[in-house]
Each structure stands twice: as structure tokens, then as C-alpha cells.
Design a protein around this ligand. Structure first.
Ligand code: CMP
Length: 139
């Protein structure tokens, strides 16, 4: 069993894709064990994406991520990290496989509707960033 953190980003929320994203995850063996809607401020978005500080897209990304509410969730399942990433597709929707969430719904590499942790250590950091132990429900 593995855990990962996913976010329906502000563009995904405004395109009414919360249900669609959760349906893909749940329909593919992932269990939602934590869920909330939040509106990040700029500092909180910068803290979440701290590994990207200094990159050309950091300012624009964190402005976008703090531009509206998003839905954050903890997913649990076998190979949850790679499964989530497979369902999302590549970061750049033009490079994402047919049928993936980003290929179907994302506008561009920044506004790509959904985020998923990329490794075990990142998942641990990202889950802790949004959820405390009392907000996660696992058997
Ligand atoms: P995400 O999976 O949330 O991880 C980092 C985010 O930075 C990524 O999705 C994109 O939204 C954004 N991103 C990554 N690379 C670029 C890029 N080259 N230009 C703009 N945004 C990017």
C-alpha cells in the first residue's frame, strides 16, 4: 500500500472537474482517505512548490495556484504514486497519452488541472503540508 497527494488545481475546479478527477482515481483502485477544498495564498503556494523556486515558471505557477480554490486529497492503494501519474498523463498536455486527464482537459503545461506527487519522499512532504493525522481515514 502506498499513499500520494493529489490536487485538483484552480483551473480544474473552475472547469467543474472535481468529480471527474475523483471518479478516475476511485475507478482505478485508489481510495480517497483525505479530502478538502482550500484556497492557497501566495506564500502557501510557494511553500508547496519550494523545490521549483528559482525556475522560470515559479512566479507564474504560484500566482496561478493561489488564484482560486483547489481540492487536495490523499489517495491510498497499490502503487498509488505511479497509478495517479499514469491517470493524469504527462505534465505537458500535448505530450500526455490519449485518454489521460491532462490530455483531455488541460489547457497548457502550467494550467494542467491536476497535480500528483512524483516520489515516496515528495508524497510524505506533500501529504503533511495539507493534512494532519486526524484528517486521514485509513483502515
Ligand atoms: P505539477 O505536477 O503540479 O508540478 C509542478 C508544476 O509546475 C507542474 O505541474 C506545472 O503546473 C508547472 N510546470 C512545470 N513545468 C512547467 C513549465 N515548463 N512551464 C510552466 N509551468 C510548468
Amino acid at each position: 500500500m502506498e499513499r500520494t497527494l493529489s490536487i485538483v488545481k484552480p483551473d480544474g475546479v473552475s472547469k467543474s472537474l472535481i468529480g471527474e478527477v475523483i471518479k478516475r482515481f476511485e475507478g482505478n483502485g485508489l481510495k480517497v482517505i483525505g479530502l478538502k477544498m482550500i484556497h492557497l495564498d501566495k506564500k502557501e503556494a510557494e511553500g508547496f512548490y519550494a523545490v521549483h523556486r528559482g525556475k522560470a515558471f515559479f512566479e507564474s505557477l504560484t500566482t496561478f495556484m493561489s488564484s482560486g480554490p483547489c481540492v487536495v486529497m490523499v489517495l491510498e492503494g497499490d502503487a498509488a504514486i505511479s497509478k495517479t501519474r499514469e491517470l493524469m498523463g504527462a505534465t505537458d498536455p500535448q505530450k500526455a497519452e490519449e485518454g489521460t486527464l491532462r490530455r483531455q482537459f488541460a489547457s497548457n503545461i502550467e494550467r494542467n488541472i491536476v497535480h500528483g506527487s512524483d516520489a515516496v519522499e515528495t508524497a510524505a512532504f506533500e501529504i503533511k503540508y495539507f493534512f494532519n493525522a486526524l484528517e486521514i481515514f485509513s483502515d
